[in-house]
Write a protein that binds this ligand. Sequence first.
Ligand SMILES: Nc1ncnc2c1ncn2[C@@H]1O[C@H](COP(=O)(O)OP(=O)(O)OP(=O)(O)O)[C@@H](O)[C@H]1O
Ligand SMILES: [Mg+2]
Length: 463
Amino acid sequence: MINPVKIIPETWGTLGSAVLTFIFFWDMFRRYCPPELRKYLEKWSSKLSGFLDPYIQITIHEYLGSHLRPHEAYAVVEAYLSVNSSDDAKRLKAEMKRDNENKLILSMDEYEKTTDEFNGVQVLWVSGKNSTSQQSVSLTYFPEPERRFYRLKFHKRYKKMIIESYFEHVIEKGREIQARNRQRKLYTNGHSKSYWSHIIFEHPATFETLAMEEEKKEEIIEDLLSFTKSKDYYARIGKAWKRGYLLFGPPGTGKSTMIAAMANLLEYDVYDLELTSVKDNTELRRLLTETTAKSIIVIEDIDCSLDLTGQRNKKEKSAETETEKGDKKTSRKEKEESGSKVTLSGLLNFIDGLWSACAGERLIVFTTNYVDKLDPALTRRVVLAKNYLEVEGHPLFESVEKLIEEVDITPADAAENLMRKSAKESPKQCLLNLIRALEDVKSKHIMKCTEVKETNNNDMADR
Ligand SMILES: Nc1ncnc2c1ncn2[C@@H]1O[C@H](COP(=O)(O)OP(=O)(O)OP(=O)(O)O)[C@@H](O)[C@H]1O
Ligand SMILES: [Mg+2]
C-alpha cells in the first residue's frame, strides 16, 4: 500500500520556494530565449496541455474585432440561451429589447453557466465579460463598453459534431426565438415615399376570427405552414423560397383581414407595397431588395395599380418611337426605366429574378376586387406563360389549355410552376413543369373522386 505523503510545514516552505524559483526561471527563459526555440517550446507546451485538458472552448464575442460592430452570432446565442438556460442558470438578467418595448427578455447574467444537451452530448455555456483595461488612456470621455462573451466548452471528441450540427441547431433555434421576441412591423412606401417607413404591426385578426369555409381555411393554413417548413425542398429544386397568393372578392369580404391573419399565423412582417407610389423600375427593384426574410409583400388592388391589359407595352412602344424621333442619343436602358409605372410582367420578372437572389422566405399577396379585370394577365394561365417566359405562341400551349379546362389550379400555383428556376431553363422546360403539375392535380382529383364513389357505394351497400 502506498503511504500518502504528509505535507508538513517545512515541506510547504520548500515547495513554495521551488514554485517561485520555477516561475522566475520560466519568465527569464521566455524573455531571453531565441524566438525560434520559444515558438517550438510553446507549440509543445500547448500540445501537452491539450493532451491533459481534453476540452475545447469556443468564444463568441459581443463585438467584432476592435470595432464596436455588434456580432450577430452573440445576439443569436443570447436568444438561444434565453430559453435553454433559464431552468438551469440561477442568475438571469432581464432586458427590454429596442424592437419590442412590451416585453422583458431574460438571458443569463455574467459569469453564470448552464449546460445544454444535443444528440446525447453535454456542452457547457459560460457567460463572461472582458472588463475595459484600466491602464488604457482614453482621449475621449466616452468609456469603452464592456465586451461580453459566451464561451462554449465541450469534449474534443465531439468537435466535428458540435461545429457541423450543434451550431446550426443553435443558430436556427436562436433565430426562431429572436423572431418570436421581436415586435413585428408593418412597412409602407405610401404617400409617394421612395423608402419604407414602418409602424408596429398589431392586428388582432387570426384565422379563428376569420369567417370563411372551414375546409378552405384549413387548406390555406396547411399550405402556409408547409411553405415555412420547406426550406430544404425549395433549395433542393433550386427555387427561391417564396409563395404567391391572389385574393379576390368584393370590398369588405376580408382580403386585408386574411393577410393580417396570415402574418399573425407565421409571425411575419408585412410590406404594404403601394405601386402607385413607385416612381420607376429601379425604385421597385430597390424597394423589393430591401424587404427582409420572413415577410409578406402585399400589393393591394392590383387592378388599380397596374395596367394589366397588356396595353402598357403598346403605349411604351409608341412613346419609345416618339422619343427616338426626338432624341436619338437616349439610351435604351434609360427609356426602359423612364416609364413612370411598372408593368405586371415587369413586376413578376423582378420578383422572380430578385427573389432568387434574396435569402429567406417571402410571401407575395395580390388583392383585387375585380377578378374579371385580371383575366388577361393573371387568370388566363397561358398569358401568365407569356408574362413569365416571354413566349407568344408555343406548341405546348394546347396541352396546357386542355389540362386547365379539366383541373382546378389557382393562377398563383400556375405561376409558381412557370417561374424559371434559372436563366438557363428554357420556356419549354417551364411549360413542361406546369404540365406535370397539372397532371398531378388531375390524377389526385381522379383518385379523390374514386374514393368518394367507393365510399358512396359502400354506404349504399350497408343500407
Ligand atoms: N371573412 C371575414 N371574417 C371576419 N371579418 C371580416 C371578414 N370580411 C370582412 N370582415 C370585417 O370587415 C372589415 C373589412 O374587411 P377587409 O378590410 O378585410 O375587407 P377587404 O376585402 O380587404 O376590402 P377592400 O376590398 O375594400 O380592401 C374588417 O374590419 C373585418 O374585420
Ligand atoms: Mg382591403
